[in-house]
Write a protein that binds this ligand. Structure first.
Ligand code: SAM
Length: 383
């Protein structure tokens, strides 16, 4: 019955999520995504163990066998997402199966040739005039070769947002972009929500640079993007609190990422997508103090270690402030060496102790901006 459901209209299948194991195991959730290779449908399995993603590929026949012999036997929930509907199966301990179906508003995106002819949410040739003005597309809507990495980055960013929001059924959304710069991403997020999805998006981009902010506002006006605007702001100087649904930052320099994350925490922003940039702060002041001293000996390793430590601390703090966090590879290293994304979602309102971070800060004597902001905030009674 479950396999038949998957096989029916298989061209509409987006993903299958298998969860709620009958006994406690580390593989608590498995995700399967279909793709075509050489005309054959295959399934990519993803399992997250201790925040690391592992992948396996299955042929159609092997996937059927795995589903029927193993997954149905060991898990209690199977969720099938297709264009137009979400179907959930609940398997009780006696093997009885309950089925539930709900409508969704998924975009029609064709199954892609995995790793070969990848279909993006935004296709080369798609008439997105703002991308021409921003120099990413030529006037024929072809990607400008020197902007190929940028096109990859914004497409991937949108793909990650789409994974989270393709079933979003509210009519509006408010989004902030910290350190928006020339705002390739900001324009594309607006295009995705307003033009592609018909959702009323209000998007504000903050940046230090007045000239860039002015030209972005002119461009938004030119295309009648009424609820897209840009403000000259130093995000480290305190911003007014407001109701925001999503916060994004793409390569916001050094501690600007920390101010973005702190703003999201303070305003209980539900979804955060943040790709940090250069991270100088910890590298500049970390001292030898314990087991990690070997990693602080050579400048290059110290720099990389400090950057990873910074992002680990950011993820840990977000978790401590009620977010579920995935640290994911944003794009291939070849398209940007700054390729870690913190994808976070507010899941509860409890604030946990940050003693692990405190221990490291004490032992290695460094400052980390997000930690400092959260600590001060707690002292001042932030909830
Ligand atoms: C590397 S650019 C990235 C721009 C854009 N997000 C992108 O990916 O194309 C970083 C941007 O962050 C801005 N920025 C850095 N510190 C900032 C601060 N304290 N407040 C506001 N903007 C800041 C810079 O002006 C710059 O435009």
């Amino acid at each position: 019955m479950i396999f038949e459901e998957i096989n029916k209209d298989i061209e509409k299948l987006k993903k299958i999520v298998v969860s709620d194991p009958k006994v406690k195991i580390s593989e608590s959730k498995l995700t399967y995504r279909p793709y075509f290779k050489n005309g054959e449908i295959l399934f990519q399995e993803e399992v997250i163990i201790s925040n690391k993603a592992y992948h396996n590929n299955y042929t159609f026949v092997d996937f059927k066998e795995r589903l029927e012999k193993e997954l149905v036997a060991y898990y209690q929930q199977i969720f099938i997402m297709k264009e137009g509907s979400n179907i959930s199966f609940f398997i009780n301990p006696n093997g009885k199966i309950k089925r539930r179906e709900e409508k969704n508003k998924l975009l029609s995106v064709k199954l892609s040739e995995h790793n070969k002819e990848k279909k993006y949410i935004l296709e080369e040739g798609e008439k997105i005039p703002a991308l021409v003005d921003l120099g990413v597309f030529t006037t024929n809507f072809k990607v400008v070769s020197s902007k190929y990495d940028k096109f990859k980055q914004i497409n991937r960013f949108i793909e990650i947002i789409d994974n989270e929001f393709n079933t979003y059924d509210k009519k509006d959304i408010t989004i902030l972009d910290f350190g928006c710069g020339k705002s390739y991403l900001t324009f594309i997020i607006y295009y995705y929500f307003v033009v592609k999805r018909g959702i009323e998006a209000t998007i504000i981009g903050y940046d230090l640079k007045e000239d860039v902010v002015n030209s972005c506002n002119d461009l938004a006006k030119k295309y009648g993007y009424n609820n897209l605007h840009f403000e000259v702001k130093d995000v480290s100087k305190g911003l007014d609190d407001q109701k925001v649904d999503m916060l994004v930052s793409l390569h916001a320099c050094d501690t600007a990422t920390d101010y973005a994350l702190y703003y999201a925490i303070k305003n209980k922003v539900k979804n955060i997508f943040s790709v940090p940039c250069c991270q100088h702060q910890v590298n500049a002041n970390i001292k030898r103090g314990g087991d990690f001293d070997l990693l602080l000996k050579d400048g290059l390793i110290k720099e990389r270690f400090s950057a990873l430590l910074t992002d680990s601390i950011r993820a840990e703090i977000l978790r401590g402030m009620g977010y579920s966090v995935d640290v994911i590879e944003f794009v291939d290293f070849a398209h940007s060496p700054k390729n870690i994304m913190l994808r976070a979602k507010k899941v509860h309102g409890l604030n946990k102790s940050l003693e692990k971070v405190e221990g490291l800060v004490q032992k290695y004597g460094f400052e980390q901006e997000l930690y400092k902001l959260v600590k001060e905030g707690r002292k001042n009674g932030d909830k």
